[in-house]
Design a protein around this ligand. Structure first.
Ligand code: CA
Length: 324
């Protein structure tokens, strides 16, 4: 398999755990195709204190002794503050299993998340891939802190957005996806920065469904880690079963990790991407992929980014057979 022949991909994971974040972290921490170098937490599925605690506990659960830093506690603009996603991920962000996570041996990194990102990227120019699966506030703060990192990051992969393909529109408004809506200004800054961004939106993540039987296969594996993931997903599955009747969960965040290992499972579409920042479409992600609108548009002059438009979901889900 290609991912095991080539050297492991160095990744900083920016996350708001979050149950599907935990599954993504399992791939990043435990799959031999990755070299996870740090985890940075951001508000989102819960307050940043909760997501940071979960990020540290999960990193310890998966046996990684790497820096974990706390990041933004809210969006760039105070007016964007929203209620959190306790109805989706539970009060502890992890479907009630956070108290069962191991106590991390390593202290919390003293730096704010954006500082850690800048330090690590500057220390290894051209090498680090950022995988961001929460609100993109930490990435926006990193760019504001040191704009030169845009030219030194190898690649940015984000889970977020919805482009209306295959009927997949927003999940917090008719057009807006949760990570974007949590901080639309940050998302727009990340998508228009001069670094290569791959956007893994609801268009593909809602096609990647982990059924109950797929999740049950994790049980008994990974020295307790698989069982904990199974238990955490019970709450998440109840939410999606009640709302969408899918008999499982969407592998939202894991898809952003998966595209690095099985790029051939995804079809991409190129073009600049902007985020609507006002009006009823606030939080909508819009790509100018036809490139026929001339100059002077909100898209012109911005870098062409990649949006996932199709996924071979079984290829993504099969990666979970390769961990633990
Ligand atoms: Ca997330």
């Amino acid at each position: 398999m290609d991912s095991q022949i080539s050297s492991p991909i160095p990744v900083i994971f920016d996350t708001d755990p979050g149950i599907d974040d935990a599954l993504a972290l399992a791939l990043l921490a435990c799959h031999p195709g990755f070299d996870l170098v740090a985890v940075t937490a951001v508000f989102g599925n819960g307050p940043v204190e909760t997501t940071t605690r979960n990020a540290r506990g999960l990193t310890a659960l998966f046996g990684k002794d790497i820096p974990v830093a706390a990041g933004a506690s809210g969006p760039l603009l105070d007016k964007r503050r929203r209620k959190d996603a306790a109805h989706v991920h539970g009060d502890d962000g992890l479907g009630g299993v956070a108290a069962r996570l191991p106590e991390p041996a390593r202290a919390l990194d003293p730096r704010p998340a954006h500082q850690l990102i800048c330090d690590m990227v500057n220390a290894r120019p051209g090498e680090i891939t950022l995988v961001a699966v929460g609100p993109f506030t930490n990435l926006a703060l990193a760019l504001a802190h040191d704009a030169s990192i845009a030219g030194k990051v190898k690649r940015v992969v984000v889970m977020g957005g919805a482009f209306g393909l295959k009927g997949h529109a927003g999940n917090v408004s008719p057009v807006a996806e949760a990570n974007i809506m949590a901080d639309p200004e940050a998302a727009d800054q990340v998508f228009t920065a001069a670094w290569p961004v791959t956007i893994v939106g609801l268009d593909v993540t809602q096609e990647a469904i982990m059924r109950e039987a797929d999740l049950a296969k994790l049980r008994g594996r990974g020295d307790g880690a698989g069982e904990l993931l199974w238990l955490a997903t019970r709450h998440y599955q109840q939410f999606y079963d009640a709302r969408d009747g899918i008999g499982g969960i969407y592998a939202h965040d894991a898809s952003a990790a998966a595209i690095l290992l099985v790029p051939e499972a995804f079809t991409l579409r190129a073009g600049p991407v902007r985020v609507a920042l006002e009006g009823i479409a606030t939080g909508q992600t819009i790509q100018d992929w036809r490139n026929e609108h001339g100059t002077g548009t909100p898209w012109s002059g911005h870098p062409s980014q990649q949006v996932c438009v199709e996924v071979d979901a079984p290829r993504v889900l099969a990666l979970f057979d390769e961990i633990f």
